[in-house]
Design a protein around this ligand. Structure first.
Ligand code: GLA
Length: 668
């Protein structure tokens, strides 16, 4: 982002939905709320190009000029997530096809095939026209390409592109047949032309084919992004380019792999939990975003690891068929949770609630009720708060624990032919993250291959796929004295999903000093008691000790007496194996103990339960964020200057019920 030193604050502004007098009210209200960045034109294709090649930029000229004279910057979007009806009618072959062969039609958004040449050409056309016209507009601080890449398709264009991708990946069919184990069920391919996308079929599909299709499609969407990015960059290299990531297990995008292709990682986050889980989900989303940003910076060889919360909900979160709300104060706490974890600002979907259209009941900073409303008043206070804490933008989040995960593992665990229908890598990653979050221990989210320098403990939750390079990455960490905690179902398969033979967890067996002989998945409501307290959920295993010592055993069920959690010393490091999903409290105790033995303590050891503490540091300067998610005020031991009040804090600060405090700590 072209920087003016302020934290970014704003949201999606859609002038195409409103007459010009509303724009003027909008901008006056933005100034009142302290808004300094808005996403513009995200879904404005039909207003910008009402007929092929005929552009109507006059209204956008006026809207951007209005922003500029009011000191508000624009994240100018390319509107390619929603082609106009004329496009679909002119190019029916560019409409997407589902796995069971149904061709979809326009009438919503995102209805195109990203592999269709006519779609790609039209997308380049509108992106190039916007670049030519606005790349040097003084309001444009950032390009926002497309919106939430996340569609999929099985049309003939996709199929042809999938084959080309497979030829690039495997070069010869023997290698593909071996990787997909096509000897099973007579699936041997003798010609590339026989290979299709994983369409609807009679019974279980080939897991290798499914996995490669997900990888291929992520690369295809990435190519659709990079070709737009290159046009925008060529028009003015000084304006950074990004796209907003959408999160969720349905998303066919490997965000980490994309991270080196964006100038700033941008994420949209809408927690799905209605209770306290929303705070944990917020923390996880923000830690993921920071991890992607770091991964991108690491790959690019730069040190700039910034990221931006591009969308969130001020109040009602509207997802298909469900709506839940944020009570007063929660918008601010969630926003600060993102900033505490490194976001360069706070953005919302959207600025003004729409008067119609599919998402008319999604909340906005200016709700249907207008600015005389609780939400707009909270938005104005949030703008003021962000202005007071600008200096935190210099700080980096400190963490000595890393969680290692990988999008492809999640995809592989979605295959239905697994020993349990309740395997979900994202849920396992979230459970490990939640246990650390509850323990107040900061962590970074890494993908295999990222630098592990400075991390004292690496946690691998259900890292099902492990290439040889991943096994080396973990081994090097342990040999350098780094501690390790691995959970069930990790290291079981190679990068193609072929099982590593000789006992689970194949790739990590030696490091952990265990050999797992059998899986014993649990039924939905089953739990197995563990010695030392707590229960195992979801999954259990027969663990043979091969150097490790037992830490806890199963205390009931068919595995009564067998080790459930083990610990092994490898040189200076301890390696832990957890063969079940411990319940929340037990997981929290276990990770606290693993972190403690690695020399890692909570960010703010005396913070009471329900008060979240995050520290950002820049050399000897540091800032402590305290977010009180409870309905009572809490006094937390801390010192420094309270940036919200300007008052000194000698030994403790009172964080109001549901409120926040941000302290500049004394140097050193
Ligand atoms: C996403 C999209 C927005 C809007 C919001 C709210 O994040 O990017 O266009 O649909 O969700 O549902």
């Amino acid at each position: 982002m072209r920087d003016d030193g302020r934290l970014r604050y704003g949201g999606d502004w859609n002038p195409e939905q409103w007459p010009a007098e509303v724009w003027r009210e909008d901008v006056a209200l933005m100034r009142r709320a302290g808004v300094n960045l808005v996403s513009v034109g995200v879904f404005a294709w039909s207003r910008l190009e009402p007929a092929p090649g005929r552009y109507t930029f006059d209204w956008l000229d006026e809207a951007l000029d209005l922003l500029h004279v009011n000191g508000i910057r624009a994240a100018l979007a390319t509107p390619t997530a929603s082609p106009p009806p004329w496009f679909s009618l002119a190019h029916p072959g560019a409409l997407p096809v589902t796995a069971d062969g149904v061709r979809l039609h326009h009438g919503s958004r995102d209805t195109y095939c990203a592999a269709a040449p006519t779609y790609r050409a039209a997308a380049r056309g509108i992106a190039g026209a916007l670049a030519d016209r606005y790349a040097h507009h003084p309001a444009v601080a950032l390009w926002h390409v497309h919106n939430e890449y996340g569609t999929t398709c099985h049309c003939p264009h996709t199929e042809a592109a999938f084959r080309r991708w497979l030829v690039d990946r495997y070069a010869d069919l023997d290698a593909l047949n071996a990787a997909w184990v096509t000897s099973f069920w007579s699936q041997h391919y003798s010609d590339w032309a026989q290979i299709t996308t994983p369409r609807a079929t009679q019974y279980l599909a080939n897991p290798g084919q499914l996995l490669d299709f997900r990888r291929f499609w992520s690369d295809t969407l990435l190519a659709a992004y990079t070709e737009q990015r290159d046009l925008l960059r060529a028009a003015n290299p000084a304006v950074p380019v990004t796209t907003n990531y959408v999160l969720g297990d349905w998303v066919p995008v490997d965000h980490a792999r994309w991270a080196s292709e964006v100038d700033v990682v941008a994420v949209d986050h809408y927690p799905s939990a209605v209770d306290g889980g929303a705070e944990e989900q917020t923390a996880l989303a923000a830690d993921l975003a920071r991890g992607w940003a770091r991964h991108g910076a690491y790959r690019r060889g730069t040190v700039d690891a910034g990221w931006l919360l591009m969308e969130s909900a001020p109040h009602q979160i509207h997802t298909a068929g469900r709506m839940h709300t944020k009570e007063p104060g929660r918008m601010t706490r969630h926003s600060l949770s993102h900033v505490a974890r490194g976001s360069r600002g706070v953005m919302f979907f959207q600025w003004r609630a729409s008067a119609g259209g599919a998402e008319r009941f999604h909340s906005a900073l200016v709700p249907h009720a207008g600015p005389d409303s609780r939400v707009f008043r909270e938005a104005t206070r949030l703008g003021d708060l962000l202005a007071r804490i600008t200096e935190v933008d210099a700080g980096r989040v400190e963490a000595s624990v890393a969680i290692g995960w990988d999008a492809a593992c999640g995809w592989a665990l979605q295959h239905p032919g697994l020993p349990s229908q309740r395997l979900d890598q994202q849920a396992e990653v979230a459970a490990a993250h939640r246990a650390l979050w509850r323990a107040g221990i900061a962590c970074d989210m890494l993908v295999p291959g990222d630098s592990l320098d400075g991390y004292r403990l690496l946690v691998l939750p259900a890292l099902y796929l492990a290439a040889d390079a991943t096994a080396d990455w973990v081994r090097d960490h342990v040999q350098a004295g780094g501690h390790l905690l691995v959970t069930w179902l990790s290291g079981v398969a190679d990068e193609h999903g072929r099982i590593r033979l000789g006992g689970y967890p194949g790739a990590f067996r030696d490091l952990l000093g265990v050999r797992v002989e059998e899986f014993h998945p649990l039924a939905e409501n089953d739990r197995v008691p563990l010695t030392g307290g707590g229960h195992g959920l979801t999954w259990t295993e027969t663990v043979h000790l091969a150097g490790a010592e037992p830490v806890a055993a199963y205390a009931g069920g068919v595995l009564n007496g067998w080790p459930a959690v083990t610990r092994h010393r490898v040189g200076d490091a301890l390696t832990w194996y957890v063969s079940t999903r411990p319940d929340g409290d037990t997981y929290q105790r276990l990770l606290t103990e693993a972190a403690r033995s690695a020399g890692v303590t909570p960010v703010c050891p005396d913070a009471p339960p329900g008060v979240e503490a995050v520290r950002r540091r820049d050399g000897d300067r540091s800032w402590l964020f305290l977010l009180n998610h409870t309905d009572r005020p809490h006094r937390v031991p801390a010192a420094g200057t309270d940036l919200l009040t300007g008052e000194p804090v000698d030994d403790a600060v009172t964080v109001p019920a549901g409120g926040v405090a941000v302290l500049r700590e004394p140097p050193g």
